[in-house]
Design a protein around this ligand. Structure first.
Ligand code: VGL
Ligand code: ZN
Length: 214
């Protein structure tokens, strides 16, 4: 290890992104090895006093679902009023088992669950700002009011909800790190490499769990 391990403190928050059944092997939008993040996330969470959780939380017939667009299939891209939108299998519909957090996620001290993607016509990969890039989720206000300055991101998927959240955290004036071995990627059309290039260029720190004092 290059430097002393990071000891999470009062201004640090672990943001656990979308560790939901839908993104696990066997789920509706499976992320390869998505379930492998769960023990790593649980171990990290014990080192953080401040933990929050996000949940992808779509309406039935959501605009991001390929099934909502005639003749389209998952992983096609379409133009929506707010820009290009990748289309997905139906996933993480509000109140379904697919949208539940993984049963082995053990974070009883998490203080907030932030749900996103619940507007029928707007997707939201980011935990901060919806895909129209103007509607805010309220998370930056929450972090700021609680004096939380550095967000450490883990969960699914590296190249969508994790990356977009980390980039928006930086844009909103927070420090942002991604703990890579506590994430897994979907990796469609080079999205994984592009996400890391974008995050590195934006100053998002790329860590592994061995960088954190556990
Ligand atoms: C996600 C695609 C669609 C994610 C959510 O959690 O990364 N990806 N909805
Ligand atoms: Zn989604």
């Amino acid at each position: 290890m290059a430097s002393a391990p990071i000891v999470p403190g009062e201004r640090d928050v672990l943001v656990i992104v979308d560790v939901q059944n839908g993104f696990m092997p066997g789920g509706s939008l499976p992320v390869p090895e998505g379930d492998r993040v769960v023990p790593v996330v649980n171990r990290l969470a014990r080192a953080f006093r401040h933990v929050i959780v996000t949940q992808d939380w779509h309406t039935p017939g959501h605009v991001s679902f390929a099934s909502s667009h005639r003749g389209k299939k998952p992983f096609d891209t379409i133009e929506l009023p707010y820009g290009p939108q990748i289309l997905w299998p139906d996933h993480c519909v509000q109140g379904t088992v697919d949208a539940d957090l993984h049963k082995d996620l053990a974070v009883p001290h998490a203080s907030l669950i932030i749900r996103k993607g619940y507007r029928p016509q707007v997707d939201s990969y980011s935990a901060f700002l919806e895909a129209d890039r103007t509607t805010m989720t309220g998370l930056s206000g929450y972090l700021r009011e609680r004096g939380l300055a550095h967000a450490y991101f883990v969960g699914l998927a590296t190249d969508f909800c994790v990356a977009w959240s980390a980039l928006d955290a930086k844009r909103a004036g927070f420090q942002a790190s991604v703990i890579e071995d506590a994430t897994r990627a979907i990796d469609t059309a080079g999205s994984r490499a592009r996400a890391w290039a974008d995050m590195t260029a934006a100053g998002v720190a790329r860590l592994t769990s061995s960088d954190i004092a556990l």
